[in-house]
Design a protein. Structure first.
Length: 294
């Protein structure tokens, strides 16, 4: 929300989910982190829109561990909604999101506008309309996940895009492998986008891990985040046909340079080296399975 409020990118919906932060962070953390968020938002968005374009929106998106993400509303504004958009998170998070949606017309109205058919189903832990579903489930148990998604009309024959941003790293390697394997074996035409840490065995990576541990934040799957190769390997070993991975510095260099210049003018960044190190410790990976040669 802070990044949006100072103009890094536009998101008119984040304000309805996240309260305004009371204090600013130290400038180098702030600027470095915000530019990293900026690259993440644009990098992930670029891949999502490429998939929507290839499938002409005749597809579905499953956002895993979606939290307070606003992508559904932003895609609707751009007339880019897939046939159905699913969000999955822990029941407690989903309950909070449903409460926000029910109590704020700018969030509920777009869901009602895109809905057709029978009455919209909503209870404390799930919401189901014809174009948007919010499902409370634990991603570590893929059979339970599949059952709940199918209850909300998941169509395994539709081209499917699965998105996980800083999600797999909180699972053990076995649990994330099971999830990736489930996705690869369930959908004949699919793409998986994963955003998370990388190069975590060097000194900078170790400091990141220690800082998170001090905040009781345990990265159970950090061993898969050794390198871009280990990230790619995990995808290929779990049934995906192709896999790519690039660090966020590379993503940053691919973004439209006029806009990069604009955001670099928003706040002064003294510690260029620290920023580059931070960007080299996050990555975007994407994998595909393509039985219809899209």
């Amino acid at each position: 929300r802070f990044a949006v409020s100072v103009g890094y990118w536009k998101d008119p919906y984040i304000q309805y989910f996240v309260r305004q932060a009371k204090e600013r962070k130290a400038p180098e953390i702030n600027r470095g982190k915000l530019a990293c968020y900026y690259a993440r938002v644009h990098g992930v968005s670029y891949l999502i829109k490429a998939f929507l374009k290839k499938t002409e929106c005749n597809c579905q998106i499953v956002n895993l561990g979606a939290g307070m993400d606003t992508l559904f509303w932003r895609l609707k504004d751009e007339n880019l909604l897939p046939r159905k958009y699913f969000e999955v998170d822990f029941p407690m998070i989903v309950a909070r999101k449903i409460h926000n949606i029910k109590s704020k017309p700018p969030l509920s109205k777009p869901i009602m506008e895109s809905h057709s058919g029978d009455s919209l189903l909503i209870d404390s832990h799930s919401l189901d309309s014809s174009r948007y579903s919010l499902v409370g489930a634990d991603l570590r148990f893929s059979s339970d996940l599949e059952e709940k998604l199918k209850k909300h009309n998941l169509d395994v024959h539709l081209p499917t895009l699965l998105v996980a941003e800083c999600v797999l790293v909180y699972m053990t390697p076995q649990q994330s492998s099971n999830l990736l394997k489930w996705a690869a074996s369930t959908f004949p035409v699919a793409m998986f986008i994963n955003y998370e840490q990388v190069n975590m065995t060097d000194r900078f990576g170790q400091i990141m891990i220690e800082n998170l541990q001090r905040r009781q934040c345990n990265l159970a799957g950090v061993e898969v985040c050794r390198s871009l190769d280990s990230q790619r390997e995990r995808l290929l070993l779990n049934g995906w046909e192709t896999a790519r991975a690039i660090d966020m510095m590379k993503v940053y260099s691919f973004l439209p340079q006029a806009d990069v210049k604009r955001i670099e003018g928003l706040e002064f960044l003294d510690e260029k080296e620290l920023f580059e190190q931070l960007m080299q410790h996050y990555c975007i990976c994407w994998a595909s399975k393509d039985s219809s040669n899209l």
